[in-house]
Design a protein. Structure first.
Length: 169
């Protein structure tokens, strides 16, 4: 789960090591893609180029709140059109969710970084991917042709780790 039953990421799911890993990854990205409930809440967030998924526009529109952001309705335009609207034609794209957004890109990821906090339980919470909890996140990633790499420990005291899931070249 990536949020509780109110669709909020609770404090017990926030770890400094995970936050540092996430921030560093976003700092390296050329574009951030996310849905309405996902955001980084960092001082540099407004400076990042992004595509915000929404059903409030027909296809593509500039974001009136951020000149570095494009609003995209996936039902109205292909992702490649959204990339052009965002001014990105190459580089690293960070998809930060939520579950519907993650699900849209399952067959396009080169790598998906899956963080796990095994001591945290969020019954009835927001799953990370469509199909969870019937299948585990790892089973879903594997079903989409991704393979687990070596996990990295982010918070040894809490047993929080991140594992790269990569697509074969």
């Amino acid at each position: 789960m990536l949020a509780d039953d109110r669709n909020v990421m609770p404090d017990e799911l926030k770890f400094e090591g995970d936050k540092a890993f996430f921030t560093a990854a976003l700092d390296r990205a050329d574009l951030i893609v996310h849905g309405r409930n996902s955001f980084e809440d960092q001082p540099s967030s407004p400076q990042r180029r992004r595509i915000f998924l929404t059903r409030t526009v027909a296809a593509i529109a500039p974001d009136p709140a951020n000149p570095k952001s494009a609003l995209w309705n996936p039902d109205g335009a292909p992702f490649e059109t959204a990339l052009k609207a965002a001014g990105v034609d190459a580089g690293t794209i960070a998809v930060i969710g939520g579950p519907g957004v993650f699900g849209m890109f399952m067959d396009r990821y080169d790598v998906f970084w899956l963080s796990v906090a095994p001591r945290v339980r969020l019954p009835g919470g927001e799953p990370c991917f469509p199909g969870v909890p019937a299948r585990s996140p790892q089973q879903i990633l594997a079903a989409h042709g991704l393979h687990a790499g070596e996990p990295q420990m982010l918070d040894p005291a809490e047993d929080v780790s991140v594992t790269p899931w990569r697509r074969d070249a």
